[in-house]
Write a protein that binds this ligand. Sequence first.
Ligand SMILES: [Zn+2]
Length: 188
Amino acid sequence: MPAARKFSRYLWAAPATLIGLVAALIARAGGGSLRICDGMIEAEAPLLARLPAPLQVSAVTLGHVVIGADRDALAASRLHERVHVRQYERWGALFFPLYVGSSLFALLRGRNPYWDNHFEREAYRAERAGAMAARRAGTAAVASEEAHEQKQSDHRNAEREFGCGGEREADSRAPAGLRRGADVRSHG
Ligand SMILES: [Zn+2]
């Protein structure tokens, strides 16, 4: 992507990113860690898992900032949250009223405000497609040695595209006790 276009996407999403940065810094003060991952900031916020049940999510995206309950939650929801990042790049700060409007529209039709939200449906579609692609790569890999090599290559590509290299860790001070599984039901 040309640098100017990339910059304009960051600029357009900046109001939401600023809110995300404040939330990420509060999370860091509460014991979470921050790292830069493929042009986004990922923040661990153990407090997220301690919210009352209706508000409990494993991860939430605000502009180019993704906040997750812990590292496992961030990894598990990466595909999903990246769709939300793209949505912020498309809609900027308008994403907030559009998201709420989509939930209200779902409610008015007697649907679920979260699962039938347009933006969540788009994110879950991408998540399912990613999971299917990963399964296909796994099946192909056992067929032959050649396929195995392809899997290694796919895996490396997937890591480049979706992964977050440990060498880019900014801080890994979160205690091991926080490394619990992503046991909450939804992403933000
Ligand atoms: Zn979501």
